[in-house]
Design a binder for this molecule. Sequence first.
Ligand SMILES: *Cc1c(COP(=O)(O)O)cnc(C)c1O
Length: 423
Amino acid sequence: MDNVFRYQEGELFCEDVAVRDIAKQVGTPFFLYSSFAFCSRLNDYVKAFSDHPHLVCFAVKSNSNLAVLNLMANQGTGADIVSGGELFRALRSGFPAERIVYSGVGKTVPEIREAIAAGILMFNVESMQELEEISRQAMLLGKRARISFRVNPDVNPQTHPYISTGLRKNKFGMPVDMALEAYKIAKGMDGIDIIGIDCHIGSQLTDLSPFVDALERVKSLLVDLDSLGIRLDYIDIGGGLGIRYHEESAPSPGEYVRAILDHMDGLRHKIIIEPGRSIAGNAGILVTSVINIKDTGTKRFVIVDAAMNDLARPSLYEAYHAIHPVCMEGNAAQVAVDIVGPICESGDFLARDRLLPRVKKGDLLSVFSAGAYGFTMSSNYNSRPRAAEVMVRGKEFAVVRARETYDDLIKGEKIPDWTCKGS
Ligand SMILES: *Cc1c(COP(=O)(O)O)cnc(C)c1O
């Protein structure tokens, strides 16, 4: 997996395609995905479950390109969605509805209706108010809705506060001590079938113990539910396994699954996991060109044609992404630079105080680990058309999302037939 993007004689390849050749045809910036990397990470998860009943639901928000989703759907995975738009993408890309789980803290009435009508596997329910709405809409549609409650196990995932979700102070899920009551009420509710329990404690976790702690809390709830005659088929433990961006070491999918199975104590519930980053993160890079070098005397800036609108993570979380030239020239001396985009914000950087071999205008740079929360968090800020997305399979590559055009930028905008009042 780590060598899907690798250097051969100083030149970066994705599988068997030279990145430079793609840049020549597609232009920059673009996201580049390895289909092999996606599939092999997914297989690591599936293999580790062995004969334990399971459903891997790929977290669509990490990378929602139709080609990526289709690749996942064809391997028999499910999808974890957090919006009606993601439901639309998941269905369009080939996921059967019965393999779709719907998480998210604010599901609207139209979104709930769409998901019930489609016949998704289950809703991960965040609150009693939400459950009542799901029940009401199921009745109106003459259908039944399957649900899990998302419980908040109040464990500290030791990750960035913006991506930590399983603490009591976070907005997600319901406290464990309220869940029992919630299940009791749900049991008698019209149109509702209780099938599982769910938790998701955060993202980019590089230690397995918070996952195990969360599972322990869930298991103790199962015992209490059992005594109420409520038996569940599914335990959904969410996503959140981290990846190596820099110097952190993250457990492998296999280690993660084994830790979970080791703590199941013979329980045979079907386990759902919702990995996003750990499948997609290192399956993609962002390729960008140097526009200019600017030396202010105190600092040297490498200005590139990708920016915070393309890859928000450095600006948003001060996240580290490895950045290297696509073509390495011998043992070029390294200099400390800031790698920045053209956007009118000082927060617009991809890396700060980073050692990089001397580069010049027109050189290509690769921003690594950009396969998850890259394109999906991108925007049109500064009226920048969004980057192209390209997928490689072996010796072939395909543009799986065309670079946006200026016309795409103004799609749907209208100038009303008004002038300023009084003029
Ligand atoms: C974001 C999210 C995921 C995926 O998280 P990763 O860290 O990308 O694995 C899974 N489940 C839920 C409910 C989420 O919000």
